[in-house]
Write a protein that binds this ligand. Structure first.
Ligand SMILES: [Zn+2]
Length: 98
């Protein structure tokens, strides 16, 4: 069985976090403009028998006005049993449970 979090997944976290955080740190808090923000980057896994859904998101909190929000970066679903990288772009468009 392949690992739940692949190296590719970690790269997405790294690249997306960098891009988003760079913008946030340059512009400051969207409410008060303060640049002292606290953040954490996350990958959330949701497993069913066949499919793993992964979400990449940042939790951002302004230490001045306490504005707190979640920034979604990426979301995709992987088939647990077969891994076909060519298929990823088709699947990340949406996930629904039948
Ligand atoms: Zn603020």
């Amino acid at each position: 069985m392949k690992p739940l979090i692949s190296e590719e997944d970690l790269k997405i976290l790294e690249n997306e976090s960098y891009t988003v955080l760079k913008t946030i740190l340059e512009n400051g808090c969207k409410i008060c403009g303060n640049q002292t923000v606290e953040f954490s980057s996350n990958i959330e896994l949701n497993e069913t028998v066949d499919i793993i859904t992964k979400s990449w998101f940042l939790e951002i909190e302004c230490l001045q006005c306490n504005d707190k929000y979640i920034h979604m970066m990426e979301m995709k679903s992987d088939d647990r049993n077969e891994y076909d990288p060519a298929d990823i772009s088709d699947r990340q468009a949406g996930y629904r449970q039948d």
